[in-house]
Design a protein around this ligand. Structure first.
Ligand code: 6K6
Length: 139
């Protein structure tokens, strides 16, 4: 199974500590095409030293090749929203993982998206369980 993992880069890296363990868990189900988003050395300002058009085309190619999208949506990221919408258009199964924080709320466009399974989690274990349940259904 090819899995696209989407998570905030320029939208903010405050939840980035969680991305790597989530990616490693996803790798027990298949190939994670977008592994780089979990790279702790990527910062919102610098990230990969690549041209944006290159990043867009490469990532959209990977998304097209993916069987499912798992998106970490705790940080409001335009790129992740764009990838979720693209997966909706392509009819791919979508799991959104959201860690609530005081003073913010998940966008209604994600929370209310009928094609996405949106799971709220507070611990890494809960996120893993949500992934296991989703995989059981869509694998
Ligand atoms: C430059 C500055 C910071 O990061 C960079 C390099 N950028 C990207 N590299 C790889 N994937 C990217 C990059 N920018 C966006 N993406 C894709 O969009 C990823 O697959 C993420 O899931 C998502 C993040 O979007 P933003 O809007 O938070 O950056």
């Amino acid at each position: 199974m090819n899995i696209y993992f989407a998570a905030s880069i320029r939208g903010g890296r405050e939840h980035a500590d969680l991305y790597r363990p989530v990616i490693e868990h996803l790798q027990s189900f298949g190939t994670v095409l977008s592994e780089h988003v979990g790279d702790r050395s990527l910062s919102a300002e610098q990230g990969e030293d690549l041209d944006s058009r290159f990043i867009h085309d490469r990532d959209m190619g990977w998304l097209e090749a993916a069987d499912i999208l798992v998106a970490e949506v705790s940080a409001p990221s335009l790129g992740v929203g764009y990838e979720v919408a693209s997966a909706v258009q392509a009819g791919k199964p979508i799991l959104c993982l959201y860690r609530p924080q005081t003073g913010t709320r998940l966008s209604a466009m994600i929370e209310g998206c009928p094609q996405a399974v949106v799971v709220t989690y507070t611990s890494l274990e809960e996120a893993m369980r949500a992934i296991d349940g989703f995989m059981k259904e869509y694998r």
